[in-house]
Design a protein around this ligand. Structure first.
Ligand code: C2E
Ligand code: MG
Ligand code: MG
Length: 419
């Protein structure tokens, strides 16, 4: 851990706490020393916002310039909304904020964050140390040697509890034990001009594998594909995707193209051309990470989208932050008024699920149901999910607890026992 706070007592406090959980910790009170201490192997940053000299916001900007991928916890005694704004800013700068601590904080709050961090880091068998260097030539080789794999995360209809589709999420199987997550390599692929090859690979693989999941007894599940900003400017995209769907015999209405708000405003006329033609060919369009971009509301009605995905940062905080709760409720309302489906991503707890159901959100996606899984584990998950449903059970507390404590495999076993 690396802590920066102009109050040395906070540093000492966090350092002792980290040590009690087996995490080594460097502490500093100045930005200069902080930047010296920051290493690729640093796995968690605690960053104070208000400091003399370089303040926390300036430091976030510097971290973004250094392409820092280390998870960050923002701390401050300042008004909650300023803390929330700082978190949004950090995300807009492509930094990974995993928590915020409002001072004065209680020991239990920090412990919860640290334990959660340690749990996810240790439990994810494919945990990749953030920031580990990736050479461009390794990435090029990864594509050429077919080392990119696609995992699928189920999406559940919140009214019927049925699995209705999957989002395809790419990973790089760097070694048999190491899986690198997309946030760590997609920006490099974009810079190298290789992102179209990635798009093509995921689309082809996703459309082929979709039919295997359909065999697990699902009626026409949908497949959501992430499309990055530069691919949205490629006027050929609607045609290539349409030929692929035709080749595989898949109705384009089952394919959902996910675009992000930032991707929509690169070159609006080209993007609208691509989106309109995608829709004319029958594909659906989803606005991913909704709420994290700029001035979206006024443009929303001009975009021919069929779905909105509420960004997981709102879902995560909606029970503690009233502004996030209002944002979620209003997004559901506006989405429905415009005739769109609304998906909540990052659903992790039964409380979030019940809240989303209560406000009429259509679809849920998140660790509460399942992490993104490779095709074979996904098929097992599907059959377990269906047999649990067959016993009149929804994914209830037993499975939830098993998952929280011991990960997806324990949850699977819990489902097996229930069966
Ligand atoms: P996204 O499209 O917003 O995908 C959702 C991300 O949230 C995924 O991260 C997923 O694993 C994670 N997630 C899902 N449920 C939960 C939850 O309950 N809790 C938490 N904490 N996280 C959850 P992932 O797979 O690391 O992907 C990150 C981003 O990389 C994606 O964000 C998407 O923008 C991009 N991406 C992934 N695959 C592709 C791809 O094939 N092409 C392109 N262009 N971008 C991709
Ligand atoms: Mg997405
Ligand atoms: Mg998203």
């Amino acid at each position: 851990m690396l802590v920066i706070d102009d109050d040395p007592i906070i540093g000492q406090f966090l350092s002792r706490l980290g040590a009690s959980l087996g995490l080594s910790c460097d502490v500093t009170t100045t930005a200069e020393r902080f930047l010296e201490l920051l290493r690729p192997e640093t796995s968690l940053i605690f960053l104070d916002l208000i400091m003399p000299g370089i303040d926390g916001i300036q430091l976030l900007r510097l971290l973004s310039e250094r392409r820092c991928t280390t998870p960050i916890i923002i701390m401050s005694g300042i008004d909650r909304r300023v803390l929330e704004t700082a978190e949004r800013l950090a995300k807009a700068l492509d930094l990974r904020v995993v928590g915020r601590l409002r001072k004065p904080f209680r020991l239990a709050q920090v412990e919860t964050i640290l334990q959660e961090f340690r749990r996810t880091a240790l439990l994810t068998p494919d945990f990749h140390p953030a920031g580990a260097a990736i050479a461009d030539c390794d990435l090029v080789r990864a594509i050429e040697n077919n080392e990119l794999v696609v995992h699928y995360q189920p999406q559940v209809d919140l009214r019927s509890d049925e699995v209705i589709g999957f989002e395809a999420l790419v990973r790089w199987q760097r070694t048999p034990q190491t899986l690198v997550f997309p946030d760590d390599f997609i920006p490099r692929l974009e810079a190298l001009g290789l992102i179209d090859r990635l798009g093509w690979l995921v689309q082809r693989r996703g459309l082929s594998e979709l039919e295997h999941f359909a065999q697990a007894g699902l009626a026409g599940p949908t497949l959501s594909l992430n499309v990055c900003a530069s691919s949205l400017l490629d006027l050929r995209l609607p045609d290539t995707l349409a030929s692929l769907a035709e080749e595989r015999g898949i109705d384009p209405r089952r394919i959902i193209v996910e675009v992000t708000e930032s991707g929509l405003f690169k070159d609006l006329s080209k993007v609208l051309d691509v989106l309109a033609r995608l829709r004319m060919k029958g594909f659906q369009i989803s606005i991913d990470d909704f709420g994290t971009g700029y001035a979206m509301m006024q443009h929303l009605r001009h975009i021919p989208a069929t779905e909105i995905k509420i960004d997981q940062s709102f879902v995560k905080n909606m029970q503690v932050s009233s502004s996030d709760r209002v944002a979620v409720e209003k997004t559901v309302e506006i989405g429905h008024e415009l005739g769109m489906k609304v998906v909540a991503e990052g659903v992790e707890t039964v409380e979030q699920l019940e809240f989303l159901r209560g406000i009429g959100c259509d679809i849920g996606q998140g660790y509460y149901f399942s992490k993104p899984l490779a095709p074979i584990p996904l098929q097992m998950w599907l059959s377990n999910y269906r047999s649990a449903a067959g016993c009149g059970l929804t994914l209830g507390k037993v499975v939830d607890r098993a998952f929280i404590e011991n990960g997806p495999w324990a949850a699977r076993e819990a489902l097996g026992v229930l069966k």
